[in-house]
Design a protein around this ligand. Structure first.
Ligand code: TXA
Ligand code: MG
Length: 337
């Protein structure tokens, strides 16, 4: 997520990369690692391939896909114009966990953008992803999970959701370092606006842009100003009901019975039949471990996943990364369940 790593990663002649490129040329799907979560890749300029991504994920067609590129030069043909603000953000944060929304060019199929006029672009900071993008070209890359479910941060998570290698070819790049999806920032409109919080916070964006940055505004379904459909509530959700609580509520929840999976700090004592899933208490460590912990907790089919709000016990509750973590936890803990 820091300096560009232009010389890292397998060469285009690498057999795994070559196989992946061949699959993409046929209009097939290739799951690939990024620094945030695994993406479900397909040729961004091939409508049939993009349609396959929506079908396989079970994704609503109006929810647009992020287009992944090898660098800023590869992004330019995909946008109507490349403003100074985009240049600044790309220089500061690419490759990295930032998706930039701009008016699309005619090169981008309407299917990619959910029928809308804008496209989200991102250059991921992972050697395997960058090798693939250099060898093939722009790829759509939604998180490689079934729609609405928890994003995958390991190759095994991807295989669980998509077991058929004939349907989804998988490039294994190990565990994702950042662990939660990219910050999505829109440069459409009067002021830059964060549509989805991530590791790169508003303050850092504002610092690079030299202007104020709005949002996220927390849109809700049915809200007229709803312009990032992936921000639907009840997203990133485990199968078991999940609930955000603080340490004081926890005793009461555990006493009420059932089998509770608790996501909390390692020092917490949780007695049988409940079980503790320990998670680091620094914001970056928490983000990196969150999805794997939710999946692990879900696996035992608990009656409830109780998530102790991490900022209530964090070493540094002011870390801006907690904003992104809070966003994902709010969505994982579905309202009304
Ligand atoms: O970190 C990430 O961004 C990962 C990795 C694989 O790169 N990808 C990812 O994609 O999280 P996905 O499709 O699961 O989430 C994309 C989010 C959704 O909330 C979607 O609505 C929003 O970005 N988005 C995509 N294109 C957009 C656009 N043109 N305008 C507004 N929001 C957009
Ligand atoms: Mg997703």
């Amino acid at each position: 997520m820091h300096a560009p790593r232009t010389n890292e990663g397998p060469p285009p002649s690498d057999p795994a990369i070559a196989r992946a490129v061949a699959r993409l040329r046929e209009g097939g799907l290739v799951a690939f690692p990024t620094e945030t979560v695994y993406g479900l890749g397909a040729d961004a300029l091939n409508e049939a391939a993009v349609a396959r991504v929506f079908a396989v994920k079970g994704r609503p067609s109006r929810n647009p896909l992020i287009v992944h590129v090898a660098d800023a030069a590869a992004a330019r043909p995909l946008v109507a114009s490349w403003p100074e603000a985009a240049e600044r953000l790309a220089r500061a944060f690419w490759p990295g966990p930032l998706s930039i929304v701009l008016p699309k060019s005619a090169a981008v199929p309407a299917l990619v953008t959910g029928g809308g006029p804008n496209v989200a672009l991102r250059c991921p900071d992972h050697p395997v992803a960058l090798s693939l993008l250099r060898a093939f070209g722009p790829l759509v890359g939604p998180s490689a999970n079934r729609s609405g479910r928890v994003s995958p941060t390991t190759a095994a998570h991807v295989r669980e959701a998509f077991p058929d290698a004939a349907e989804v070819l998988l490039l294994d790049g190990g565990a994702c370092r950042a662990g939660i999806e990219s910050t999505v920032v829109s440069l459409v409109g009067d002021r830059p606006r964060v549509l989805r919080p991530g590791i790169i916070g508003k303050e850092r964006l504002a610092g690079v842009l030299g202007t104020a940055v709005d949002g996220p505004t927390g849109p809700t379904p049915g809200d007229g100003a709803f312009d990032s459909p992936g921000q639907l509530e009840s997203h990133y959700a485990p199968a078991a009901p999940a609930r955000l609580c603080d340490a004081a509520d926890l005793a009461e929840i555990l006493d009420a019975g059932g089998r509770i999976a608790v996501l909390g700090p390692a020092a917490l004592v949780v007695a049988e039949p409940h079980r503790l899933y320990a998670i680091p208490s620094d914001a970056m460590g928490y983000a990196a471990g969150l999805y794997a912990a939710l999946r692990e907790a879900d696996r035992r089919r608990p009656d409830l996943i109780a998530v102790v709000a991490p900022w209530t016990y964090a070493e540094d509750p002011t870390d801006p990364v907690w904003e992104a973590v809070a966003d994902r936890l709010r969505r994982a803990c579905r309202p009304g369940r």
